[in-house]
Design a protein around this ligand. Structure first.
Ligand code: KG4
Ligand code: ZN
Length: 340
């Protein structure tokens, strides 16, 4: 069973071919970062237009790299949501049309289920059940993954997502878009204790997050004194320390409350080295283990959409002859998977 997958929910056009027996055969990604950089963030209409330009050529080259013909495919999977609606529609229209033309089913994949299943691409996949920390540009979720496809929401952010907190702090420091990795790189040149930025909601019970106060604190620190190189690095390191400590402490609390012994970290912020290191050290102390996708599969990619698409296909979740795209789509609406 072999599947072609398309990802176009935000600013990466990505395509992958995955085989149930042989694993990932090929994947390719075109990042639109350069296109959006001058605007300091993703411009939805430009993103959609660029997906239209890039997806089909990527499909051609990825099929060739995977030595795969359309007749070899059991299905075409595409990210149907959540995300930017215009961007989603480009991948959904192409995916649905290719499946129709090639006479195979189309599978509409939930982007966050893709992130959650990305660690299955690694040689040591996580066991089920497990706890998941899903941290991306749009989400900060603690999820009890009771079984494949059975997702129970334990905690969410009340305002900004963790990735947004990285990106907004980076912007205040004058770093180019996308700010998260840039802020992390600058932070690596200083210690994170120069500024005591807020660690919101750690002082009360529960698994909710709130990151909007951090950007106010960072903004005040930026304005309080001239921003020389050292001060910039210290603010970056202190902001990163505040975000990472909040994520780590809430994850540990969730592990303790649920009694789960495995933690999956997924989504773009999962690429952050300080977060990876801090979680690995502290989760071990609880007698649990942490699982990550490799860095390139933390951020948006089509390999994870292929894994989720194949699992959905095996569970009989195929789409009728309609183009499905949803800007908002709660993860908890998904039904259980028969296998992964
Ligand atoms: O999962 P993702 O690629 O796209 C969404 O679905 O949102 O996540 C993107 C987010 C951005 O906010 C980006 O700044 C952040 O992940 N990010 C990082 C790092 N790499 C990506 N944040 C902190 N440190 C990183 N190394
Ligand atoms: Zn994502």
């Amino acid at each position: 069973m072999r599947i072609l997958a398309l990802e176009s929910s935000c600013d990466e056009s990505a395509v992958a071919v995955f085989d149930a027996a042989r694993g990932l055969l090929a994947h390719a990604l075109f990042s639109q970062i350069e296109l959006h950089r001058v605007y300091g963030g993703v411009v939805p209409e430009l993103a959609s237009r660029d997906h239209v330009r890039k997806l089909l050529p990527l499909v051609r080259t990825t099929l060739a790299d995977a030595d795969t013909l359309p007749a070899d495919l059991a299905a075409v999977a595409y990210t149907a949501g959540p995300g930017l609606i215009g961007a989603l529609l480009t991948g959904a229209a192409l995916g649905r049309s290719l499946a129709y033309a090639w006479g195979c089913p189309a599978v509409a994949v939930h982007h966050l289920e893709g992130h959650l299943l990305a660690p299955l691409l690694e040689s040591e996949p996580p066991p089920f059940p497990h706890l998941a920390l899903l941290v991306s540009g749009g989400h900060t979720l603690l999820i009890d993954v009771v079984a494949p496809g059975d997702y129970r929401l334990l905690g969410d952010t009340r305002d900004d997502a963790a990735g947004e907190a990285f990106d907004k702090s980076a912007k205040l420091l004058g770093l180019p878009y996308p700010g998260g990795p840039q802020l992390a790189a600058l932070a690596a040149t200083a210690t994170g204790d120069a500024f005591k930025f807020p660690r919101p909601m750690l002082d009360r019970p529960g698994l909710e997050f709130s990151f909007s106060g951090l950007k106010t604190a960072v903004s005040m620190a930026v304005q309080a004194a001239p921003l020389d190189a050292r001060r910039r690095a210290e603010i970056a390191a202190s902001a990163q320390a505040a975000i990472v400590e909040t994520l780590v402490r809430k994850s540990l609390r969730a592990l303790e409350e649920t009694g789960r012994d495995a933690l999956v970290v997924a989504g773009g912020v999962g690429a952050n080295q300080l977060l990876r290191r801090s979680l690995r050290e502290s989760v071990v102390r609880l007698g649990a283990r942490v699982y990550y996708p490799r860095i390139e599969f933390c951020t948006d990619n089509a390999a994870m959409i292929a894994v989720a698409g194949l699992a959905r296909l095996k569970s009989g979740c195929v789409e009728p002859l309609a183009i499905r795209a949803r800007a908002r789509w709660p993860l908890t609406e998904l039904g259980p998977l028969s296998s992964v």
